[in-house]
Write a protein that binds this ligand. Sequence first.
Ligand code: PMP
Length: 353
Amino acid sequence: MSRYFSEKFAELEAYVPGEQPKDQQYIKLNTNENAYPPHPAVAEAAAEAAKTLHLYSDPECAEIRKTLAENMGLTPDELIMVNGSDEVLNFAFMAFCDKHTPAVFPDITYGFYPVFARLNQVPFREIPLLENLKVNTAAFRQTAGTIFLANPNAPTGIALSRDEIEEILQTNAYNVVVVDEAYVDFGAESCVPLIREYENLLVTRTFSKSRSLAGGRLGFGAANPELIRDLETIRYSTNPYNLDSMTLAAGKACLEHDSYNTDNCRRIVRTRERTRYAMEKMGFEMTESRTNFLFARHPDVGGEELYRKLKEKGILIRHFNVERIRDYNRISIGTEEQMKAFLQACSEVIGGK
Ligand code: PMP
């Protein structure tokens, strides 16, 4: 830290993204990217947009917002477009939390939430997951704070039902409830249909997982127009050109070929279930994942040890050195071929015990 760095950030510990080592070619199962590249039309649209990069991008994101609204049965003023859903989550911490309204989220969840809370100097309260790693919904009644719930949760992969979230919305009517649906397209129930019923609901979504656009950095928030206007005030006060022209064009093309994305999600879910079956046979225990990753532990191999031994074999998975989940690893679902290599490597590690 330089002597110029503001004192207010002395306690700030930056978010640590999944590693991207370049020392050799790895099978990357550590950052929950989509196993498949985007539809070819996406690259074509981005290349076409590159021809006008001397001009600013559209701050209203009008075309993609209209296409997305049609795709979701919403109106454009119920949507805000952002540079990856991390951006709208940060906006929500800025817009809806302060020293009287703390952020409230589970103790084991997306690691960016405490970082955003500290960055924005807002207090936060963590509610422990239940013994079975499910979110303790009863403890989320009347929290007097702004709630952040990843649904499905990460890194556990476990989803709450829409009814369970609806109860949280009803018992926190005076506060905003943010439902982070980064992984919802892999088998969970979306809360987007509830935004017209609950004026305190903000749903955040990303193109990074189910739409194969992690490198494009595109996400959005869905809520009633008043909440969206608050978030737009923050966006226009930080970076009105938060989305570049290539990403806007790529995202629109991606939506125009959305059945391609849906098919890929189905393939990934099938691969997930085949992988789960094979892992169970090897003795792994897993949570019931509704995402494009599995969260697994093995009685004979520690979490850190499995991570390290697989890395030696050229396979990257994600280990969290965090109490309660130290025995586990998070394994993103890759292609069938990648998962075969992963299973083979696991059986070698476990067989060698
Ligand atoms: N929420 C959760 C739960 C995530 O795991 C991620 C991806 N790391 C995000 C949000 C953010 O994704 P992005 O910024 O790529 O849209």
